[in-house]
Design a protein around this ligand. Structure first.
Ligand SMILES: *C/C=C(C)/C=C/C=C(C)/C=C/C1=C(C)CCCC1(C)C
Length: 251
């Protein structure tokens, strides 16, 4: 019974998400950037529903990870509806909008590393805090640079340092040591997530570098690249966790 109530509540929340999009401006059929915003918005809604619903059936210890995965896609989805609207109305989408999403979703992704490890092995709270601090430094520095509060080069360098710190933690720090003791399914998820954070994430500093330090990028290309990157770096990232949660055998 309570399971049905959960499903109903969940469906109601998710059904409300696209309502955000009926705000005003129509998409032009010959606007690939606008359409890519739209596709990612809807993919985020679908992924939100998927992770929330799946959280009801996986083993208890993985539930929180999937709920957080659903929240990451929910927050991103709402931002995407907003960014699509701005793009459709003005023909541009300032990157600064993305930072509002990043400051919420990127730390949550780092928390996912801690959560999947904590589900299957002993991992210290220090891992949680170090990954969280690394992401906050990275995103805040990038924001201050892009928004013009600090020099763009300083923003870039400090942001890169935050990212480097995260990479150190997951490749050779304590997070990596804990992962090597984890169950095989979690180890393989950790590996996929680690490479997403390395290669998938490289798109964003590259966009910053080209846009601010190397003489400018074209708004349309940059937005399409960010949209595709977000699809992999958010939905793909959470799917790796889902795969571990559904394949790990022991109870
Ligand atoms: C879903 C959104 C994601 C995964 C966004 C990730 C963003 C970054 C990895 C941004 C990184 C940056 C640097 C490493 C240095 C320059 C400033 C940033 C913020 C663009």
């Amino acid at each position: 019974m309570s399971k049905y109530v959960n499903y109903l509540l969940l469906s109601a929340i998710i059904a409300c998400m696209p309502l955000v999009s009926f705000a005003g401006t129509n998409l032009a059929p010959d606007d690939p950037v606008g359409i890519s915003f739209w596709i990612i918005s809807v993919a985020m809604v679908a992924a939100t529903a998927f992770f929330f619903l799946e959280s009801l059936r996986v083993q208890g210890k993985f539930r929180t990870s999937l709920v957080v995965g659903g929240l990451i896609c929910l927050v991103a989805g709402v931002h995407y509806f907003y960014m699509r609207e701005v793009w459709a109305a003005t023909g541009s989408s300032p990157t600064v909008f993305r930072y509002v999403d990043w400051i919420v979703t990127v730390p949550m992704q780092m928390i996912e590393f801690y959560l999947i490890l904590a589900a299957v092995t002993a991992v210290s709270l220090g891992v949680f805090w170090r990954l969280l601090i690394g992401t906050v430094v990275m995103v805040v520095a990038g924001y201050l640079g892009e928004a013009g509060f600090i020099d763009t080069t300083i923003g870039f360098v400090v942001g890169m340092a935050g990212w480097a710190y995260i990479l150190y933690e997951i490749f050779s720090g304590e997070a990596s040591a804990s992962a090597s003791k984890a169950a095989p399914a979690v180890q393989s998820a950790f590996n996929t997530m680690k490479w997403i954070v390395t290669i998938g994430w490289a798109i964003y500093p590259l966009g910053y570098f080209l846009g601010y330090l190397a003489g400018g990028t074209d708004d349309a290309t940059l937005n399409i690249v960010y949209n595709v990157a977000d699809f992999i770096n958010k939905i793909g990232f959470c799917l790796a966790i889902w795969a571990a949660a559904t394949t790990q055998a022991d109870a």
